[in-house]
Write a protein that binds this ligand. Structure first.
Ligand code: SF4
Ligand code: SF4
Length: 187
């Protein structure tokens, strides 16, 4: 709908004096701002030479945790995939392999599309056995979309890498959560 003529407000260009025409007040304003910032605490960081300090609860790249036997901790309950608002988790459950006595199922495949993920942390919140966690890894790069789709092996390798580096200790501190979160019996 076109704007009615009576709704149009015309603004007159202000008349500048000689001082104003030299732009000296504006130059002084700009210089004052620049000089005042020179003495303030710097907020920029020289990345990548300088690594950012991230809070422990930073939500970066996912990992699948291992249990005490080194198996994937996930029991393929689909809670994370159900809770995920971005629908970027795909799991295929299968009967647990022979010898995995602490569960009925395990994820035969477990895939997260890291490009569709919005890093909300809902999957971590939903998991009853603390099998999936978001780490402080933030520099996620890839040369193709396929490289950004993480399968089970890649998610487990993130667990190995982050626990070895000590950057992301396992956060399974919530007590008894299920068979897969229990310590093995002492021999
Ligand atoms: S962080 Fe959020 S969006 Fe990403 S996989 Fe988990 S639930 Fe889905
Ligand atoms: S919620 Fe946890 S145990 Fe269940 S499928 Fe997801 S990662 Fe596996």
């Amino acid at each position: 709908m076109p704007i009615a003529e009576q709704d149009v407000k015309w603004v007159q260009e202000p008349k500048l004096g000689l001082f104003g025409q030299l732009y000296l007040p504006l130059v002084m304003d700009g210089l004052t701002t620049t000089i005042s910032h020179m003495f303030q605490k710097k907020v920029t960081e020289q990345y990548p030479e300088q690594e950012p300090k991230l809070p422990a609860n930073y939500r970066g790249v996912h990992r699948l945790n291992r249990d005490h036997d080194g198996h994937v901790k996930c029991v393929a309950c689909y809670m994370c995939a159900t809770a995920c608002p971005a629908h970027c988790i795909d799991i295929v459950a299968a009967p647990a392999p022979v010898g995995w006595t602490d569960r009925e199922k395990y994820p035969e495949t477990f895939v997260i599309d890291e490009l569709r993920c919005i890093y909300c942390g809902m999957c971590e919140e939903a998991c009853p056995v603390d099998a999936i966690e978001l780490t402080t890894l933030y520099d996620l790069t890839g040369l193709s979309r396929e490289q950004m789709i993480f399968d089970k092996e890649k998610l487990l390798s993130v667990f190995d890498m982050t626990t070895k580096a000590g950057t992301d200790p396992v956060r399974t501190q919530a007590g008894k959560l299920g068979p897969a979160s229990e310590a093995p019996p002492q021999k």
